[in-house]
Design a binder for this molecule. Sequence first.
Ligand code: GLC
Length: 738
Amino acid sequence: MKRYLPLALILGISLSASAQDKKIEKKIDSVLKLMTLDEKIGQLNQYTGDRDATGPITNNPNKLKDIRDGKLGSMLNVRGAKETREVQEVAMQSRMKIPLIFGLDVIHGYRVTFPIPLAEAASWDLAEIENGARVAARETAASGVHWTFAPMVDIARDPRWGRVMEGAGEDTYLGSKIAFARVKGFQGKGLGNLDAVMACAKHFAAYGAAIAGRDYNAVDMSEHTLWETYLPPFKAAVDAGAATFMNSFNTLNGIPATGSRYLQRDILKGQWKYQGFVVSDWGSIGEMIAHGYAKDKEQAAELAIKAGSDMDMESRSYLPGLAKLVADKKVPIALIDDAVRRVLRKKFELGLFDDPYRFSDVARQEKEINSAENRKASLTMAEKSIVLLKNEKEILPLSKNLKKIAVIGPLGKSEKDMQGFWSIAWEKDNLISLYQGLKNKVGNQTELLYAKGCELADSSKAGFAEAVAVAKQADVVVMAVGEAFDMSGEAKSRANIHIPGVQEDLIKAIQATGKPVVVLVMAGRPLIFNWTADNVSAIMYTWWLGSEAGNAMANVLYGNYNPSGKLPMTFPRDEGQIPLYYNYLSTGRPAKNDKDTRYRSAYLDMPNSPKFAFGYGLSYTTFDYTDLAVSKTQIKPDEKITVSFTLKNTGKYAGEEVVQLYLQDKFASVVRPVKELKDFQKVMLKAGESKTITFTIDKEKLSFYNQQLKWGAEAGDFKLMIGTASNNIKLEKDFTLL
Ligand code: GLC
């Protein structure tokens, strides 16, 4: 029985919300009235702390003096209940006593590290992803930090770009759902709660489309692609109530995002009516000089503030530039006031004016940080993020009766690499490597052998002989290869995305022993490993899984958790295919690799198809898709189609399947992709269990941006496809929109 709140209460809640807003606006007015121009500009200025600097440092010995003089509104990279309290105390010595907000890159966990966001995306488990952000928020808030520079919601179709690790992959629908979940996770029941932090949707916008996958490079795309592919996850973040946005380093069609009025004022603050504030990315305001868009810092400051970039992170352009620009009547004070208002609003909402130290509580920090509950959440997320790519000869799951297992490879005992590039507050205690995870699992029941075999990136094969000798003593070999923590991430673009060094040669040498081999690839991006993919019987993609990495891998290897991950990005065969993504447009000439078709859109030297497709991932069990039924095959624009089918677990293990709904609009005023993900469900079934799965198709799912960038659906013929991967469609049906 659905319980309805009494109208009075609903009205009361809504009234109290707007009454609350009105109260805060009055308080902002009263503070604004008392501030000097310099103090206003100070609120738009953000410096980094020196401990965890995350960008090019500008030495500034008198930061504390600047804070005392009211020249700073925020600090990043200051963390800890004690440390933040100390810095806040300095801010309370300023004339206006306006509290600082402390920001930090909590990208995938704070003290307990979670799997990298791209790995979490592979779980397709929105509730789990939201919970991961919730846990990170609790630990972050307990450490005196008010604001995380996450989620990164950049769609990325190019694995040469090292920052793919921070996002949710190539698909707009999945990326939008995950953006929403992460913002909700970080902000919880709302700002002001002591376990909530401000989210920051970044990098606005289209940073993931850097030409040639080279970080910070120019981005050039049609407005249609911008609206269709890259903006929706940001809109999802707005809809989720993201407190802040961060703009991006790149130019977009010749205009630096930081100086883009189109992005920040027309779209974000205009069409989307965004009330939060925009922080620049590290130094990006000043970098408009290097872009060739501003002649000096003063002009950079003018362009940025006019474009809607509210806070200046570490470029030192707003201070002192803005005061002179106002004096010279180049920048109206109203623009400054609007930006300051946005910043002060968040400080009121966080409750910092009531108590500037409310988040800086050592006792609460000790209780929250690294708790067993937080570690359990990280373990669960890690298990769900693992993607089983291959499992022939039923090598997996491993048997508990094995006498000897050899762990071989440069990442077998690594703890630090499992934390990924953007983990900022982990400690060395209790990080679980693959080896340790297996040790925890098998105890003395199975003997664990180990050989590193080779380094991650050098050319020496000196360790191969020892590794082969160790492998020969074992019943099964588990190999740990991939990338070091700093081979993916910011400023970590790679033109060659093969598994680095001689690691794949090591795999070949171990494979030659004839022993059963399981290869675990641990990386921050899709890598290329064609020989391994073709010749090794069991392969898992385990990304970088965080604090509990080894326990998660052991649980999946032994079947305590049946792997359920699906790839959130396409894995190419070769760098020459990039960009390669599943929702491509059809071509006038056949895009197929048969020699008989002379005029074909295909490579002479390799297939068009990827090595592993978007949405692909295996399980220890198998699933059957049958009995597709649709409520109608013709609908009017205001009608819906109910699609149902039977999913059956036809194997011998309970397991989860991510069923994916793809749609194709066969003919339209703007050519549509051959397929687009429009819905998915992650379904747990016991061995032998069947379940009826239902999807609803409505006009929204059929809509797209037309040539005039107007969102809507057009009458015509469509195809619905239900699959276990984008390249493995199980059921399909045509239908028409009238
Ligand atoms: C970095 C990153 C951005 C991060 C910021 C603060 O350069 O681009 O994602 O939030 O600076 O560390």
